[in-house]
Design a protein around this ligand. Sequence first.
Ligand code: HEM
Length: 444
Amino acid sequence: LLRWNELRYRKKGLPPGTMGWPIFGETTEFLKQGPNFIKNQRSRYGNFFKSHILGCPTIVSMDAELNRFILMNESKGLVPGYPQSMLDILGKCNIAAVHGSTHKYMRGALLSLVSPTMIRDHILPKVDQFMRSHLSNWQNHVIDIQQKTKEMAFLSSLKQIAGIESSSTAQLFMSEFFKLVEGTLSLPIDLPGTNYRRGFQARKVIVNILTQLIKERRASKTKDVDILNCLLKEEENKYKLSDEEIIDLIITLAYSGYETVSTTSMMAVKYLHDHPHVLEELRKEHLAIRAKKKPEDPINWEDYKAMKFTRAVIFETSRLATIVNGVLRKTTKEMEINGFVIPEGWRIYVYTREVNYDPYLYPDPLVFNPWRWLDRSLESKNYFLIFGGGTRQCPGKELGIAEISTFLHYFVTRYRWQEEEGNKLVKFPRVEAPNGLRIRVSSY
Ligand code: HEM
């Protein structure tokens, strides 16, 4: 079978590599061995090789130049290639499902909602208010920081979107949202009891909640500046979206900033715990900001901009933990890349993980050293792909960093913490603590 499968794909012009078993391909090896599978294949076949993973024939690209080319050339037919379950559940207007001019339009609408001015004037005050209350009364408790940062990422975005925080709507929305997320990461099997079916049903509940919210907003004419109101203000808004587009955009916003922000926050807590000298430096930065303020004064834009070491801690956490392993594209037609012919419909996995551990780019790559990021030019290097690159580079980069920074501000100025015994961390295919990451918290 293995040989037959190799012969089937021995089409002239494909990159080197192996295709594994019919249907399953090399998915088991990929999931079991994780990054080592990719490294082994690279040592045999180079930086651009073929495989068959997660149900699709796939090209894995680890070549810096080619990766840039792939990310810059959506218009030539290299569109997002995320799994069908994700597209089905996030809606047909979600940003990963649209291309060309529709993508430009939806992206423009989204960028206007999370621009630096919006963050400074409207979002940061909400994030501050939220973090103050979310991070209260943790002292003298053992908490699961994974659970707390997940709730934080979701509820903080819900507050920015619609000013909702701790109502029963927020709780219902949150439990349905968690089911939706699980559904997007499952096989698209529509049977009772599957995560896919549950995710799809959760989407329906969320769409109902949002439809109701939109109706209430239109009737109430409130002047609050939150994301929902900005989307509904037709006269002043350059981007006019239908209700369906508004709903999918809100789901996109909550979804894209959820796991990225929560996992980075959790891992920052983990690394700070394990590196007391880094925690000391970070705390110094935040205590200096607090010293100039009254206890009730919020974190403002100037404070955020002054958090240079915090920014460095966030980048170093993203790099070392590799929160995002890479991004997926697919070909909309047969095309030639780097002298190889890639058939229509193949996935391209722009695999960026190994760049994070390249000793030429990051000396002592396995050491947690935030100081390396104080040279701000590192952020604009071509190989810096923590937030993606090209036409789909993360529009929520500053928002995500502002949220994590505010979280860290209140966390390190209010608390000390000690990890409990027995925590386990998995780094691949997602960074997570399967049984939670429990810490014992006391007042600072
Ligand atoms: C530490 C936090 C974050 C990380 C590491 C991160 C990472 C990324 C990456 C790697 C991509 C590229 C995906 C691709 O090319 O297919 C991306 C895209 C995106 N991110 Fe983020 N992200 C973060 C926070 C956020 C936040 C808070 C938001 C909310 C506004 C957000 C919204 C988006 C959206 C909407 C896209 C798709 C853009 C498009 O397709 O044009 N992200 N992000």
